[in-house]
Ligand binder design. Structure first.
Ligand code: NAP
Ligand code: ZN
Length: 376
């Protein structure tokens, strides 16, 4: 199910704290960075904070610049982004600024929390998501029901930690402020516990006044049937590789990337690459990895087209090569049509031997683009 693009935004002290323990909100950024945040807010469809941040900071979460609001309206958007909060308890103060400023508001909560939130008469749409709050369902609801395509998450720590841990963050915009908090009881940006994936990808750094803005992208593949935000990045790369294939009237153009569980790219390939006129993308990529590489067992193969189950050009189809390499997770954009091989179902072969195949249909159009002439 499609999700909005999820952008985590936070500021931390040099010693990694989000705030101090005093009653007032600690100002970590300066005016130039608050203006940058205003610009990001103006660019999104919705802004989300946890109930803890509403209780601690009583934020308004507005687009402050009149020009930016006017530009939103001129582009056919609401003047202010939708404001979203998350509360399990439903313990929300109906007098908080959050409810009385800006545009529409929505609270995602549990069945129990909804009863409490409705009882106090919050000026917001209250949406219960069952006994527990499931982040994937929340993101699907925002996407499908509220039309949110870009979501900015402004904390606090509990919210950022969950979205990053569950592989649901597309991007982290982290501001490092030149001061120390020095109080071990102060809230940290990311809590203790397991984090899947290894290093994030540093996309850019930029000084903004006296702070530094760092933009990171998570790289770790999802697990099993759950797609991570990084799965989207890697499948998009596979689709870009498909566009590099030498044209053919008798075979598909496909791109493939093999990625370890910690987000390390192990290899990439595309159809007919190098001097081999019949090589397939997955085959080309896997051939670049030492057989028995221990990272293969937990790796993911991204292929712009479902791996083949039968082929005329070589004895082993790609579904077989993937299984023999030890890989048990495949992410693809579209299922192979019967253009060249009738009833070829690589997904069936993979699933029959315990692999998981995830299809992200959002990429079908771009994966098909270099094959348009073959699809009639
Ligand atoms: N420096 C920055 O960039 C920045 C930004 C934002 C906030 N902050 C600081 O961060 C602190 C607040 O952070 P925080 O971690 O305490 O609070 P938070 O992340 O804003 O909110 C936590 C609350 O959200 C709800 N929640 C979170 N995950 C949930 C789930 N899976 N299911 C149901 N409800 C869920 C719960 O609400 P209920 O308790 O109602 O169930 C939980 O108590 C404040 O000190 C604030 O100043 C700093
Ligand atoms: Zn193949």
């Amino acid at each position: 199910m499609p999700h909005p693009y999820v952008l985590l935004s936070a500021a931390v002290s040099l010693d990694g704290y989000l705030d101090d323990t005093g009653p007032d909100r600690l100002l970590l950024s300066g005016p130039a960075d608050f203006d940058r945040v205003d610009e990001v807010r103006a660019s999104v469809d919705a802004i989300l904070v946890g109930a803890g941040t509403i209780r601690a900071d009583n934020p308004r979460l507005l687009v402050n610049s009149a020009e930016r609001r006017a530009a939103r309206v001129a582009a056919g958007k609401p003047e202010y982004p939708l404001k979203v909060t998350v509360s399990g308890s439903g313990d929300l103060d109906p007098a908080a600024n959050f409810w009385h400023t800006g545009g529409e508001k929505i609270v995602y909560t549990t069945e129990k929390g909804a009863a409490r939130a409705r009882a106090v008469g919050l000026a917001a749409d209250v949406v219960p998501l069952g006994a527990d709050l499931d982040w994937r369902r929340l993101l699907e609801h925002l996407h499908d029901v509220r039309g949110v395509r870009r979501l900015m998450v402004e904390g606090g720590g509990q919210i950022h930690t969950q979205l990053l841990r569950q592989g649901l963050a597309d991007e982290l915009q982290l501001v490092l402020a030149p001061l120390f908090v020095g109080d071990p009881d102060a809230p940290r940006l990311f809590g203790p516990g397991p984090y899947q994936g290894g290093r994030l990808r540093l996309v850019s750094t930029r000084p903004v006044g006296d702070v530094v803005l760092m933009r990171y992208e998570p790289t770790a593949p999802g697990s099993g049937p759950h797609a991570s935000a990084a799965d989207h990045h890697w499948l998009a790369l596979a689709c870009e590789l498909a566009a590099l294939c030498p044209p053919s009237d008798t075979a598909f153009s496909v791109g493939a990337v093999v990625v370890a569980a910690d987000g390390t790219e192990l290899a990439r390939g595309h159809s007919r690459e190098g001097d081999d006129p019949v090589v397939h993308a997955e085959e080309a990529a896997l051939a670049k990895i030492t057989p028995g590489d221990p990272r293969l067992a937990s790796a993911t193969v991204y292929s712009s087209l479902e791996p083949c189950a039968r082929r005329a050009s070589r004895p082993a189809p790609c579904a077989r090569l993937i299984l023999d390499a030890g890989v048990r997770r495949v992410v693809t954009a579209w299922r192979e049509p019967d253009t060249f091989v009738a009833g070829a179902d690589g997904s069936e072969v993979l699933v029959a031997e315990g692999a998981t195949v995830v299809v992200l249909p959002e990429y079908e159009a771009v994966a098909k683009a270099p094959n348009r002439h073959l699809l009639g």
